[in-house]
Unconditional design. Structure first.
Length: 210
């Protein structure tokens, strides 16, 4: 009798601790999938679990046990607890939040049950994805950026540039091949005076129109 009272007291204290956790905790029968117990954190999210199965309570759109159920990970071939704590991450189909799950099989009041403790890690997952996206964007930007540097051999007469293979190329061709810039053509005021003096005499030309 004393042993029973101690057991009840320990059980009561354990449930009190589990109710205080900022994480989902539930207990489900491994044979019937019946929900036996859920802490306050879980009840606030998933509502009443009485007379429901785990796949009806904490998942959506299920007509039978989940394909990803961890029972086969935490039970031996005879359906008894194997003392393994199965760790996995999953995006819940009801809340669409990510959870870090810890599942273990236990004997609870004469029944083999699955105890799951699931901590919300959505913020961590989102931050990781944003970080990965930033890295991908930076890597993409680096592959697209082309910078001219070093000494460029240029002909002092025609202004062609010699490339790494020894070929002389027009400066606009060289720029387009080695940068992301696009070259368009106009004519400066000095060249207008030299090549078209008659236009310069007729009127002052706005250099922005050249």
């Amino acid at each position: 009798m004393v042993i029973d009272e101690v057991t009840k007291l320990e059980s009561s204290q354990l449930l009190k601790i589990l109710n205080s956790l900022d994480a989902l905790v539930y207990i489900a029968d491994t044979k019937t999938y019946e929900m036996i117990w859920m802490n306050w954190y879980g009840i606030m999210i998933f509502g009443n679990f009485i007379d429901k199965k785990c796949w009806e309570t904490i998942q959506v759109g299920q007509s039978s046990p989940c394909e990803f159920c961890s029972n086969n990970k935490i039970l031996d071939k005879d359906g008894n607890p194997n003392d393994i704590i199965f760790k996995w991450e999953f995006q819940n189909t009801v809340t669409h939040r990510w959870f870090d799950c810890r599942d273990q099989a236990l004997i609870w009041e004469g029944r083999v049950v699955r105890l799951e403790i699931a901590t919300d890690i959505t913020d961590k997952i989102v931050a990781k994805e944003l970080g990965n996206k930033l890295i991908r964007d930076l890597q993409k930007a680096l592959t697209e950026v082309k910078v001219l540097s070093g000494l460029l051999p240029m002909c002092c007469s025609c202004k062609k540039i010699r490339d790494d293979k020894g070929y002389w190329k027009q400066i606009e061709q060289y720029i387009q091949e080695h940068t992301n810039a696009k070259v368009s053509h106009g004519i400066c005021q000095d060249c207008v005076k030299k090549l078209y003096p008659e236009l310069e005499k007729e009127e002052e030309i706005d250099p922005r129109l050249l």
